[in-house]
Design a binder for this molecule. Structure first.
Ligand SMILES: O=C(O)c1ccccc1NCC(=O)[C@H](O)[C@H](O)COP(=O)(O)O
Length: 259
């Protein structure tokens, strides 16, 4: 069984338990539930660098990346570096993240925050809003077109931006709809972990201009960004390259200064 299928099985069990522990009515009472969201798509449209910097402790493809950092320091560092948004991995089993990371990042900065999760249920979207997210990421590989529509429309009704992640032509075909703000091309094949920026290049011409184009994963140099910008990419999701250092904010700053 591939890693994505394993993650989805575990996620279904996790979400079923969370629903019993904290009902939706309780999530909706969070002070953050009525917070006015900060649009990542709007920021990317106006930005010349387009960096979305990620908080990522470990991953299935790389094992431990960095366990020694404080998420609030990372958020503050990314914000002062001038990134457009921050992605916070909230999956615990495979990435070592949590919803606490999201709420701590929210308390530390005013950046648009992306809840990076494996969304398989509407409940997680309501959770995202009540823990201070501005954006959710939907993965086309694990959702039907009907689920993408239902989940993205719910997110839009909560004023959340939606980043839809694809890895091939077939996933892209089922994903284009008005409730999607940004289309993200994942350069990492989540079945084999092979990374190639060619995926972003190949799919770029198939993405209509009404979506903000985002290139995700395996970006480790300014040169990679300069190569992808002429293909219309306005956003670049970078995790490991910053998180593997002692000071991700400083690394992001140096990176952006070279752009
Ligand atoms: O990163 C992984 O190994 C991974 C494995 C399975 C599912 C998702 C995975 N990553 C999530 C991400 O989308 C990345 O963290 C993000 O694009 C940043 O990637 P990178 O800059 O290569 O750390």
């Amino acid at each position: 069984m591939d890693i994505l299928s394993k993650i989805v099985i575990d996620k279904k069990a996790e979400v079923a338990l969370r629903k019993q522990l904290i009902p939706v009515t309780q999530l909706e009472q969070s002070v953050l539930f009525n917070r006015v969201a900060n649009s990542l798509a709007d920021k990317l449209r106006k930005s010349s660098s387009g960096i979305i910097a990620e908080h990522k402790r470990r991953s299935p493809s790389k094992a431990t990346i960095n366990n020694n950092l404080n998420v609030q320091d990372v958020a503050k560092g990314y914000e002062s570096a001038g990134v457009c948004g921050m992605s916070v991995l909230t999956d615990s089993k495979y990435f070592g993240g949590s919803l606490d990371d999201l709420i701590l990042a929210r308390a530390a900065c005013d950046l648009p925050l992306l809840r990076k999760e494996f969304f398989i249920d509407e409940y997680q979207i309501i959770e995202a809003k009540s823990y201070g997210a501005d954006v959710i990421l939907l993965i086309a590989a694990i959702l039907s077109r009907e689920e993408i529509k239902r989940f993205s429309e719910l997110a839009k009704s909560l004023q959340l931006d939606v980043l839809l992640e694809v890895h091939n032509e077939e996933e892209l075909k089922k994903s284009k709809m008005p409730s999607i703000d940004m289309l993200g091309v994942n350069n990492r094949n989540l079945k084999t972990f092979e990374v190639s920026l060619e995926t972003s290049k190949r799919l770029s011409s198939l993405i209509p201009d009404d979506f903000v184009k985002v290139s995700e994963s395996g970006i480790s140099s300014v040169n990679a960004i300069k190569t992808l910008q002429p293909f219309g990419y306005k956003g670049f999701l970078i995790g490991e390259n910053f998180m593997k250092t002692d000071n991700p904010g400083e690394s992001a700053k140096e990176f952006i200064n070279k752009l």
